[in-house]
Design a binder for this molecule. Structure first.
Ligand SMILES: Nc1ncnc2c1ncn2[C@@H]1O[C@H](COP(=O)(O)OP(=O)(O)OP(=O)(O)O)[C@@H](O)[C@H]1O
Ligand SMILES: [Mg+2]
Length: 260
């Protein structure tokens, strides 16, 4: 299963991605967590030690890797390079692992618009479509905020988008846009997770505004989550209540995807 976690800025995509990844790993799945946000910080939410975090080099910054595999110079545009670079060894060789989760940091691709065909982009796109190898593999992609980049490629071919929303109109509007875009690029399943919920009215507000969309569940506002962010810990380790709420969401997702 390959899912992309999307939504408006600051709604809790990285928090949720990290907790979902850790949960699948703890339950014996082979998990690759993909940090697809150029402003990468998934490693911290996964609980990676600071020194490992500081040493992470995004794939797009590995100039030699990109040029070796695509037979092109990075930063070039519309020149000749391989469109089918070898990527199968990259997850094993370039992921960092912690708490059973393998992390892949994609980095920034200077895109020339939606039709970008620079070598970095081709490599990342091919890499992302190669991440699922076995049945018990789960790929969780923590996406950049907003929707502009979603059509560009790395999120194409996912089984589902999960849109994290807050109980407010602005993040729900982002959800509606993602849903439409999902239809346009062939991602049929677009689920919702409500985050920073305070009470039943918040849950109701979200449900009433989904236009037949599917809410996988709700995560309540929790000071422990804030504190974990302040102390560079994984919310998975510090916030038991939130972890149980994520478990309900995870189980619902698996039943909808027919997974055991
Ligand atoms: N359930 C929650 N309760 C309290 N605080 C939360 C909750 N979920 C997330 N937060 C806090 O909200 C802030 C933003 O969370 P996070 O970084 O996960 O959002 P994001 O959607 O990934 O943001 P960005 O768009 O910048 O990537 C963080 O300080 C985080 O600790
Ligand atoms: Mg984030």
């Amino acid at each position: 299963m390959k899912i992309a976690i999307t939504g408006k800025g600051g709604v809790g995509k990285t928090t949720f991605s990290s907790m979902l990844s850790r949960m699948f790993a703890e339950d014996g799945y082979r998990v690759v967590a993909v940090d697809a946000d150029p402003d990468a910080n998934l490693a911290l939410a996964l609980g990676f030690p600071r020194d490992v975090y500081d040493s992470l080099v995004p794939i797009s910054d590995m100039k030699k890797l990109v040029s070796d595999r695509t037979a092109a110079e990075t930063g070039t545009f519309n020149k000749m390079f391989k469109l089918n670079p070898k990527v199968d060894d990259i997850p094993d060789n370039y992921c960092k692992e912690h708490n059973g989760v393998r992390l892949l940091t994609l980095g920034t691709v200077d895109s020339g618009g939606s039709g970008c065909v620079c070598p970095e982009h081709v490599l990342l796109k091919r890499l992302c479509s190669h991440l699922i190898l076995q049945n018990k593999d789960v790929v969780v992609m923590d996406m950049e905020a907003g929707i502009e980049h979603l059509g560009r490629g790395t999120a194409q071919g996912v089984d589902a988008f999960i849109v994290v929303v807050e109980p407010g109109e602005r993040s729900l509007q982002t959800y509606r846009k993602v849903k439409k875009l999902g239809n346009d690029i062939g991602v049929k399943k677009v689920f919702v997770v409500g985050n920073k919920i305070r009470n039943k009215e918040d849950e109701e507000f979200i449900i009433q505004n989904l236009e037949n969309g599917e809410a996988l569940g709700f995560i309540y506002y929790n000071q422990d989550v804030i504190n974990s962010d302040r102390s560079n810990q994984s919310p998975y380790d510090t916030s038991e209540e939130t972890r149980e709420q994520v478990r309900v969401i995870r189980d619902r997702l698996m039943s909808l995807q027919n997974l055991k």
